[in-house]
Ligand binder design. Structure first.
Ligand SMILES: [Zn+2]
Ligand SMILES: [Zn+2]
Length: 341
């Protein structure tokens, strides 16, 4: 480039220019403990000045731009081009991306169905605890809030909600057209954190904990043939409780599932310990007797999970030995004259 008047003003691109530009997006948002992938995507979009509704276009055509629950679909199936885009632009590891998604989840049969506008009495796809959202520095949605067997918050003891208390609509942060946090209802702008606590009895929460522990144990061991999480038994809970004979558990709203667990807590749990698999029945009885997440059972399941993870990781290769060099060193030591005393 030459300045007017003939004075030579040259602007060149230095060798360090490539250090200045970057493929990374301006703001990187760290995933939080047990955060759902879609929740992280919404926070990432807002932090970078893009409304969640438009962020699917940033991630490319494989992310399903234009569909209502595009981010919730990515929770279930993360296409390779979308994962590659996120890896390039955020630097978050592939391992963390997979951990946030539900693509390899053993709990898939128990997930709430993707339904953005469930009618009253029908489930919506995601639940939340107002107290957890209120305590979060940056409110986010947890993976466990996708489960139909989850009816309460283990930290606060209150019932989970699946709708905005003001307008009755489900959680639809993926359709948010404005740059506002995801704890505000997309339809009416109400703050989800201000919803009153819902009471759940200790007995119902105990049943919930036992079912959660049994499913975890059977998913981790893979040796038990009971497979409660994958069996239709849990889906038949509304009928077992005598509330809705033709409904499945994941088809019910959060309040209906809560009523179902309250009803189950009033009767003996023989429905859970029936079956031909003696080993599975034995473990279920033990968990029921312990009342769910006793510290011991929690540690046991975590140890099994660690063990399975170690077995799944590729075996370490033994370091290569340079045999000729080793033998030469041995010969040198043998042939070295002894030190004078
Ligand atoms: Zn909570
Ligand atoms: Zn609302």
């Amino acid at each position: 480039m030459t300045a007017a008047g003939g004075r030579g003003l040259e602007i060149g691109i230095g060798a360090r220019y490539r250090d200045v530009i970057s493929h990374r997006w301006p703001v990187i948002v760290a995933p939080q403990s047990e955060e759902l992938l879609s929740s992280w995507l919404h926070r990432l979009a807002i932090a970078n000045g893009v409304a969640p509704r438009d962020f699917a276009r940033v991630l490319g055509p494989a992310s399903g731009p234009g569909s209502g629950l595009w981010s919730a679909s990515l929770d279930l199936r993360l296409p390779t081009p979308v994962a590659a885009c996120l890896l390039t632009h955020t630097g978050v590891s592939r391992q963390k991306l997979v951990a946030m998604s539900l693509t390899r989840s053993a709990w898939r049969p128990l997930l709430l169905p993707l339904r953005s506008r469930g009618r009253r009495g029908r489930s919506t796809w995601l639940q939340y605890c107002p107290c957890c959202l209120a305590e979060d520095a940056q409110p986010y949605f947890r993976r466990r809030w996708r489960l139909s067997t989850g009816i309460s918050c283990p930290d606060h003891g209150c019932g989970l909600r699946d709708r905005c208390r003001s307008c009755g609509s489900g959680i639809a942060a993926s359709g948010q057209p404005d740059l506002v946090p995801q704890h505000l209802c997309v339809r009416c702008g109400a703050d989800l954190r201000r919803a009153p606590k819902v009471a759940v009895s200790a007995a119902a929460r105990r049943i919930e904990r036992c079912i959660d522990d049994i499913c975890r144990l059977e998913a981790v061991t893979g040796r038990l043939t009971g497979k409660l999480g994958g069996s239709p038994l849990l889906q038949r809970l509304p009928a077992i409780a005598g509330l809705a004979p033709t409904s499945t558990l994941s088809g019910l709203s959060a309040s209906a599932r809560r009523r179902c667990f309250e009803q189950l807590a009033r009767t003996p749990c023989t429905w859970l310990t029936a079956g031909d698999d003696g080993v599975a029945v034995h473990w279920r009885r033990l968990i029921l007797a312990a009342g769910g997440t006793s510290a011991l059972m929690g540690q046991f399941v975590e140890a099994l999970e660690r063990d399975r993870h170690l077995q799944a990781s590729p075996p370490r290769r033994a370091p290569k030995v340079d045999l000729p060099a080793l033998l030469a060193a041995y010969r040198d030591i043998r042939e070295r004259p002894p030190r004078p005393r």
